[in-house]
Design a protein around this ligand. Structure first.
Ligand code: OAD
Length: 236
């Protein structure tokens, strides 16, 4: 089976009711990124950070995947599909995608602030108890924190993601401004001869994407176009 690798960002979930981060009315305009998504912000005010992700988590549990997520999942009938996402939501999984790598963490989970990747202390919060109380502790006694990769922290999942990108027969980028590294550099790991598609209604400034076919649409409409293109150019 041919391998399709998707790299998705905040634009993927816009049609499910989520805001993007950058641009007009983006999330970072209303909640300064240094406060809610940086290592220093967490150290300075963990309660504020936990409350921010508590609210997002509540919203996520009420959200549904959109047509774009579903069309990605449907491609599994004919292709070996991997999704590498910068999103912390679980909408790819909820749509049924079976191989999803989260580069920036997972909103549904919490972890130890001393050892965020110690699997003994990573817990999934169920919808009925999805808020972290201020001061709640992980199993090792440290403060519970959202399982989110903050700015200023390492991105351990980039290594497996790069390995998957290197095997792609098709690489598809959806809804990311490609501002944040190392995620934005993943396309560099693909073989130089494979087709690369970009689904985004806006320009995505990037000098490194010369061989990209830009489908200038939102995620769902763009995925419909991609499915048609694959039917003619990309037989499984
Ligand atoms: P951005 O907010 O930077 O970019 C979102 C992209 O989605 C833009 O290029 C928009 O044009 C596009 N877009 C808007 N509506 C869309 C739609 N309906 N369909 C498809 N695309 C649409 O978000 P990211 O690139 O994902 O990190 O941001 C990367 C990282 O920066 C995030 O993972 C987050 C943030 O800080 C962390 O929280 C660690």
């Amino acid at each position: 089976m041919k391998k399709i690798v998707f790299l998705t960002g905040a634009g993927m979930s816009v049609e499910s009711g989520f805001k993007t981060f950058r641009g007009n009315d983006g999330l970072w305009e209303n909640y300064p990124v240094e406060q809610v998504a940086s290592h220093e912000g967490w150290e300075a005010n963990p309660t504020l950070v936990n409350n921010f992700y508590n609210n997002l988590r509540k919203k996520l549990y009420a959200a549904e995947p959109n047509e774009g997520h579903r069309l990605i999942k449907d491609l599994e009938k004919d292709y070996d599909v991997s999704v590498i996402t910068q999103n912390v939501d679980n909408l790819h999984e909820k749509a049924g995608s079976s191989k999803v790598i989260h580069l920036h963490g997972e909103l549904t989970k919490v972890c130890s602030s001393n050892a965020p990747y110690d699997s003994r202390y990573i817990r999934e919060l169920p919808p009925e108890a999805c808020e972290v109380d201020p001061g709640a502790r992980a199993g090792d006694g440290s403060l519970l924190r959202p399982f989110i990769v903050f700015f200023g922290e390492a991105v351990p999942m980039i290594e497996p993601a790069a390995g998957i990108a290197a095997q792609a027969d098709f690489f598809v980028i959806i809804g990311t401004s490609l501002n944040v590294y190392p995620a934005a550099g993943l396309v560099q790991y693909t073989r130089p001869d494979i087709p690369v598609y970009l689904i985004d209604p806006d320009d995505v400034p990037s000098g490194s994407l010369q061989r990209v076919t830009h489908i200038r649409k939102g995620a769902s409409e763009g995925m419909k176009d991609l499915v048609k293109i694959l039917r003619t150019d990309g037989r499984p």
